[in-house]
Design a protein around this ligand. Structure first.
Ligand code: OGA
Ligand code: MN
Length: 296
């Protein structure tokens, strides 16, 4: 599998470090096939020492799939990045200034500190996220990734039976409300209207099942809301036990890649009112809405 790069597993079947490749120069069909195969097995990859500009990062994403067309955030008019579909995972405003404590964009972005799967609130959710570090703070700001396949595997069988056909409703309105951010315009409320996703997914390439959890979930179809959210909390608590989690301590020029179909992730706090953290994300789309994919 690793002819186009060197792969060193971080744990048995989850997360691996990749070296001896230059993503700005070495993209070829063979390399891309090896990346897909490594993602099937490990679900999270850390490419070390990748000095990439925005165009190069976009080119790597485009070689792996269809890049998501637009950002899903607030105040999209005020963005400092050149590519309209590149996600700004930073604490910076359009002129590179630190966002003020009560800036709407900062308050919205704090939602990234809750466990989630990218774009699970879109009808066709995300497949891969590729997050590249340009500037990192002196301390904190790690990114954690949790393996939802292993989490599924370790559920008791009666829980598996109980949840395997459930459908969840996801929206950015729900994840932001979890931190008390409810200040949405009517246009945003319309744009972020809930979508339905399977709670348990089946991956045809690997024949593995996976919990499809996210802080974006606001209810389970057919269950009262408190019962829905109590169930989801319980599953998230199980699925984010430390034994399922890889914590990434950033270095500049790391490119961290995860499979949103089979993992959740979250950012950890840092002194964002004092230090810049400039990470940029390119995201590919899944092949179809989860309800149109094979049931678990
Ligand atoms: C993301 C994300 C968390 C972080 O890029 O999608 O949620 O560590 N990032 O900033
Ligand atoms: Mn995210």
């Amino acid at each position: 599998m690793d002819q186009h790069f060197k792969l060193t597993p971080i744990s048995e079947g989850f997360a691996a470090e990749i070296t001896q490749v230059n993503l700005a120069k070495d993209i070829s069909p063979g390399l891309i096939a090896d990346v897909h195969a490594a993602m099937d097995k490990y679900a999270a990859l850390v490419f070390k020492d990748q000095k990439l500009d925005d165009d190069e990062q976009m080119a790597f994403g485009a070689a792996l799939g269809t890049i998501e067309a637009k950002r899903a955030t607030v105040d999209t008019g005020q963005n400092r990045l050149k590519h309209s579909s590149m996600n700004d995972i930073s604490n910076l405003g359009s002129n590179g200034e630190l966002l003020a404590a009560d800036d709407r964009r900062r308050m919205f972005n704090l939602g990234n500190q809750l466990w989630h799967s990218d774009s699970s609130f879109k009808e066709t959710p995300a497949m891969y996220s590729m997050l590249h570090a340009r500037v990192i703070p002196p301390k904190g700001g790690e990114t954690e990734i949790a393996d939802m396949r292993a989490a599924w595997d370790e559920l008791p069988s009666d829980t598996k039976d109980e949840i395997k056909d459930l459908i969840a409703e996801h929206s950015l309105l729900y994840s932001r409300a979890a931190l008390g951010f409810t200040d949405f315009t009517d246009a945003e409320k319309e744009m972020f209207a809930p979508v339905q996703q399977r709670l348990v997914r089946y991956m045809t390439r690997t024949k593995r099942k996976s919990l499809f959890l996210s802080s974006h979930i606001g209810r389970i179809v057919g269950l009262p809301i408190p019962e829905s959210l109590a169930l989801v909390r319980d599953l998230v608590e199980h699925a984010t036990d430390r034994r399922f989690v890889y914590r990434h301590n950033w270095q500049v020029n790391d490119l961290l890649m995860w499979d949103n179909r089979t993992t959740m992730h979250r950012g950890r706090p840092y002194a964002d009112k004092r230090y810049p953290r400039d990470l940029r994300r390119v995201t590919t789309m899944d092949i179809a809405p989860t309800l149109q994919q094979q049931a678990a």
